[in-house]
Design a protein around this ligand. Structure first.
Ligand SMILES: Cc1cc2nc3c(=O)[nH]c(=O)nc-3n(C[C@H](O)[C@H](O)[C@H](O)COP(=O)(O)O)c2cc1C
Length: 206
């Protein structure tokens, strides 16, 4: 591991469970690899703007106007950041059964035809490195990894699809669930997630 890209997307600031667990993950990685370079992108502090009719061509067509060129430049920057990393750590809270719109906007700039994916004779092809390792911390108010609400989890399958679409397939999800069920459940969720982080980071060595 040489370069870790860390993406946080929670709107809850310092109270955020995912931000706290992302911090623990990176800290453990740095204990194992003190020379790793870390790049932070906090989508709450520096949001990626939603695409609009003024900017969308900068990502999906040919940029011509100032606004389109600015959108394309931001997309170039975000993709370069992603390509430079060999490990990606994402803090992804569950919002309305899916991901925060801040994180969705980041993907809108990163999934770019002919740059991160392409259509060929065999269908779609992801153009990013399949060697990249991804750890996603998913914090959730309720329980979605089992039971009747499992079918309402549009967070994990969606993230797996988005990353897979651009060629990133080595993805490990770590859950902190039932955060909204009181202080004891919250504490247990955080401790369980931390044990899993230790297991995942130590076993892989990166
Ligand atoms: C706007 C918003 C929407 C939420 N939607 C859901 C939801 O659909 N299901 C759920 O279990 N929890 C939901 N929650 C609770 C969060 O998933 C939970 O608080 C989690 O800890 C958020 O992660 P964070 O602490 O890193 O911000 C929602 C919270 C917010 C702020």
């Amino acid at each position: 591991m040489n370069h870790i890209l860390v993406i946080n997307s929670s709107a809850l600031g310092e109270a955020s469970v995912s931000r706290h667990l992302v911090g623990s993950t990176v800290q453990r990685m740095l204990e194992l690899n003190p020379n790793a370079v870390v790049t932070y992108r906090d989508l709450n502090d520096a949001p990626v703007p939603h695409l609009t009719s003024a900017t969308v061509a900068g990502i999906r067509a040919v940029a011509q106007t100032q606004d389109e060129l600015a959108a394309q430049a931001l997309s170039d920057e975000l993709i370069a950041e992603l390509k430079a990393a060999d490990v990606l750590v994402i803090g992804a809270p569950m919002y309305n059964f899916s991901i925060p719109s801040s994180l969705r906007s980041w993907f809108d700039y990163v999934l770019r035809p002919r740059v991160t994916f392409a259509y060929g004779a065999g269908g779609v092809q992801g153009l990013l490195s399949s060697d990249m390792r991804v750890i996603v911390i998913e914090s959730r108010g309720g329980l979605y990894s089992e039971g009747p609400t499992k079918a309402m989890d549009f967070q994990e399958p969606y993230l797996r699809t988005l990353l897979g679409f651009i060629g990133i397939t080595d993805v490990t999800f770590i859950h902190a669930e039932r955060i909204g069920s009181g202080p004891e459940a919250r504490e247990l969720a955080i401790e369980t997630a931390k044990s899993r982080i230790e297991e995942v980071v130590t076993v892989s060595g990166r």
